[in-house]
Design a protein around this ligand. Sequence first.
Ligand code: HEC
Length: 109
Amino acid sequence: MTARPARALLACLLACGWMGAAQADAQAGRAKARMCVVCHGELGISVLPNAPHLAGQPEAYVAAQLKAYRGGARSNEIMSVIAKPLTDAEIADLAAWFASIAIDAKPPK
Ligand code: HEC
């Protein structure tokens, strides 16, 4: 056996393992997002003037913001409290859910 297939296998194991660890479940995120609906809306279109839309936001961005609120790097009296108890897996699922919502932008009339 040459080094090449072995290296390919190793690369796959690393990549697949990493993907597995980061595997997010958008449907679990949707269920978890019921607690976000009063402010961010049923489908991530905000229903409050001071809450941002989350629909279609990049997954990495949503996850990074939730971790920033949770860790204190970003602070907001509501979101810091909301994010505090979230696990990494819940954050990944929530981010996958909001990122999976299709949005459509149109130029102003
Ligand atoms: C009581 C209202 C309320 C609830 C409930 C709420 N949010 Fe928020 N959320 C806000 C407000 C207000 C902001 C803007 C905070 C700021 O200025 O940093 C915000 C900001 C965010 C942001 C940052 C968005 C950006 O564009 O930077 C994310 C991500 C987010 N919320 C996710 C969630 C998730 C996920 C839940 C449910 C688990 C949730 N929020 C529940 C009010 C709420």
